[in-house]
Ligand binder design. Structure first.
Ligand SMILES: Nc1ncnc2c1ncn2[C@@H]1O[C@H](COP(=O)(O)OP(=O)(O)OP(=O)(O)O)[C@@H](O)[C@H]1O
Ligand SMILES: [Mg+2]
Length: 347
C-alpha cells in the first residue's frame, strides 16, 4: 500500500472527515443563494442553520496529510469565544473546511451597516470586545498549541443569536505557512489591521494580533471602518490618526459612535478607547499582553497609569501618521536599517 492511500484511509475513517459529495448536496451545490461571503482563502456557504462550509481556493490535495493534521489539532482547540471547526473534506476536487454556523454572521455586517448598527447597543459592544480579548488570550496563552491568528478583523468576528462573539479562522494560516497570497488578494481590506513590524519586517508574534485587536476596538467604539474614505484628507488619513488627535485634544468622547452615545457612560467609553490605544502602540514591546488587556477591560485605573507612561514614549509616531505617512515612515526606517547594515559590512 503506498503512503497516500494510507493517509486517505486514516482521514476518511476519522470523525473529522466529511464527504465532499455530502457537503456539496447540503449547500445546494455551493449555490449563490447559500453563499455567506468570500474572503482571502475561499468562499463560505451555509447548509441551513447548522454548518458553514469554506471552499478553499488553495488546492491542498497534494498536502492532504499536513492539512488534515492541522485540522485535527485545531479542532481540539475549544473556547467559548472561538468558532468551532467541525472537520474537513479532502476527497473532492477542492478542500473544504466545516465550521459551526453562526446565525448573525459577522460583526462587520452590523457595525458598518446603517440599518443594523443600532442593534449593537453598548452592552453588546462591550461584551464583543471582551469576548474577542478572551478568545485571543486563549489562543496566545492557554490552548495546547500557541496560535497567532494573523487576521483579527471585524469580518473574522462572528456573532451567535445572542450577539456573543466568536473568533473565526484561527489556526488555518498555519497550514499555508508563510504564503502571502492571502495578503495580496486582500491588502486594501486588511492592511489597516496589520502592525508596523509585521508590514516592515515580517515579524509575526502575538503582538501583531494585539495591534489588530486595538484597531478592532476603535471600529467597535466609533462605528467607523479603519479605512473609511471620509478620513482620507491631507491631514488625517486613518481612523487611528483621527482617534489619536481627539485623544490629544482631550475630546476623545466625540469619536464615540452616535448610536451608543446615550447608552454608554463617558468614563467607561474613554477607558475602552484607551485600552485600544495601548494595544496600537508602534513598538510591539509596549503593547500589553492579551491577559493584561482582559484584566484592564475590567480595571479602569491601570489604564490611566499606562496611558501616562505611554505619553512619554514612542507613540508620537502615530500622531502624525495617516496610512500614507505611515508607509513613508516605514520606508525611512528600512533605509536607515539598510545603511546601518552596509556600514557594518564596510567595517
Ligand atoms: N461559521 C460561519 N457562520 C456564519 N457566517 C460565516 C461563517 N464563516 C464565515 N461567515 C461569513 O462569510 C463571510 C466570508 O468569510 P471568509 O472567512 O471567507 O472571509 P473574510 O472573513 O471576509 O476574510 P478572511 O479570508 O480574512 O477570513 C464572513 O465575512 C462571514 O460574514
Ligand atoms: Mg474569515
Amino acid at each position: 500500500m503506498d503512503r497516500n492511500s494510507g493517509i486517505v484511509r486514516t482521514i476518511s475513517e476519522s470523525h473529522l472527515s466529511f464527504k465532499y459529495e455530502d457537503l456539496r448536496m447540503a449547500t445546494g451545490g455551493f449555490s449563490e443563494q447559500n453563499k455567506l461571503g468570500q474572503g482571502g482563502f475561499g468562499s463560505v456557504y451555509k447548509d441551513g442553520q447548522e454548518i458553514a462550509v469554506k471552499r478553499l481556493f488553495f488546492n491542498t490535495g497534494r498536502q492532504a496529510d499536513l492539512f488534515f493534521n492541522e485540522v485535527n489539532l485545531i479542532s481540539r482547540v475549544q473556547h467559548k469565544n472561538l468558532v468551532k471547526l467541525l472537520g474537513c473534506s479532502v476527497d473532492g476536487p477542492e478542500s473544504l473546511l466545516v465550521y459551526e454556523y453562526l446565525c448573525n454572521t459577522s460583526l462587520d455586517r452590523f457595525l458598518f451597516d446603517q440599518h443594523r448598527q443600532s442593534l449593537l447597543n453598548w452592552g453588546r459592544r462591550f461584551k464583543i470586545i471582551l469576548g474577542v480579548a478572551e478568545g485571543i488570550n486563549y489562543l496566545h496563552e492557554e490552548s495546547e498549541i500557541r496560535i497567532v491568528h494573523r487576521d483579527i478583523k471585524a469580518s473574522n468576528v462572528l456573532l451567535d443569536g445572542m450577539f456573543r462573539a466568536k473568533i473565526a479562522d484561527f489556526g488555518l494560516a498555519r497550514c499555508f505557512g508563510e504564503d502571502q497570497s492571502h495578503l495580496s488578494t486582500g491588502v486594501a481590506g486588511t492592511l489597516g489591521y496589520m502592525s508596523p513590524e509585521y508590514i516592515i519586517h515580517g515579524q509575526l508574534t502575538e503582538k501583531a494580533d494585539i495591534y489588530s485587536f486595538g484597531m478592532l476596538v476603535m471600529e467597535v467604539m466609533t462605528g467607523q471602518k479603519n479605512n473609511n474614505p471620509a478620513f482620507s484628507t491631507e491631514e488625517s488619513q486613518s481612523l487611528m490618526t483621527v482617534v489619536w488627535q481627539h485623544y490629544m485634544s482631550n475630546n476623545l468622547i466625540e469619536m464615540l459612535d452616535p448610536c451608543i452615545q446615550d447608552q454608554c457612560p463617558e468614563e467607561q467609553a474613554l477607558h475602552v478607547f484607551q485600552v485600544g490605544l495601548l494595544c496600537m502602540q508602534a513598538s510591539p514591546g509596549l503593547r500589553p499582553p492579551m491577559w493584561k488587556v482582559v484584566e484592564m477591560l475590567g480595571v479602569a485605573v491601570v489604564v490611566q497609569q499606562e496611558m501616562e507612561k505611554m505619553l512619554e514614549g514612542i507613540v508620537w509616531v502615530h500622531c502624525s501618521m495617516g496610512s500614507s505617512v505611515f508607509l513613508q515612515w516605514a520606508v525611512v526606517e528600512r533605509q536607515e536599517e539598510d545603511s546601518r547594515i552596509s556600514s557594518l559590512e564596510g567595517v
